[in-house]
Design a protein around this ligand. Sequence first.
Ligand SMILES: Cc1cc2nc3c(=O)[nH]c(=O)nc-3n(C[C@H](O)[C@H](O)[C@H](O)COP(=O)(O)O)c2cc1C
Length: 242
Amino acid sequence: MSFRMAAMKAIAINGSPHMDEGNTAMILNPFLEGLKEAGCDAELFYTRKLKIGPCNGDMSCWFINPGVCAQKDDMEILAPRLKEADIIIWASPVYYSGVTGPLKNIMDRQLPIHVLGSMGENKQKIVLVSTCGDWDISMFDPLLMQMKALYSRPDGSSSFAGALLRPMADGVKEMIKAGETGLVDGVFLAAREAGRQLAREGIISEELQQKVSRPLMPREAYYKAAQMMMDEMKKAIKKAGK
Ligand SMILES: Cc1cc2nc3c(=O)[nH]c(=O)nc-3n(C[C@H](O)[C@H](O)[C@H](O)COP(=O)(O)O)c2cc1C
């Protein structure tokens, strides 16, 4: 008789309106490939393709119909998956020191899953994947703080397994266009390895997290290049008569 262990289940939700073409996908996708290579079942959702309204705050999911949301929309697709997943990956660009609005709506709409007394049933691992335009890694601090506050639960029902954070992400795109792939390839390889490591060990090492975030050029050089890029874009828009 042979036993086959059930594959670990991961759910990733990408909150970028640019979906697969965006900077966030640039880090998230190799990470998901790594998870799958290590035998994990990983499902990816884009907030842009889902119709999910904000929480209406009536708390009926706790006090009237425990565990049931009064709103009927695409949260019905996500809720069972978020409840059952071994790994939850929140992926978002930094928008004004936070995640994007649609992703925050989904976070808030988890309330029926988190009915009092129902926690602690599943030991979930949580990952944050985020990108931003700025050079400075401190841009991610508010997102990290939120994740750690949410998921370092005293009952041990979930734990924060690490974050893949890519500052100067717009610069990375430009470097790829310019064929400067040497340094950038190391970032994607690290994201992929992080997926494999998470599936194997349940955590992403500091070393791999740092490889994803590593500075790719000096701060001043990046700000100068970004300014030049914006000037060029403005000129092109003007020329096109927009
Ligand atoms: C509305 C808006 C707000 C933004 N806020 C920030 C910010 O506070 N800090 C930052 O470094 N980048 C900010 N950005 C830039 C994005 O985080 C960055 O371009 C990101 O990599 C885009 O990811 P995506 O292509 O997956 O959408 C902002 C962009 C938009 C459109």
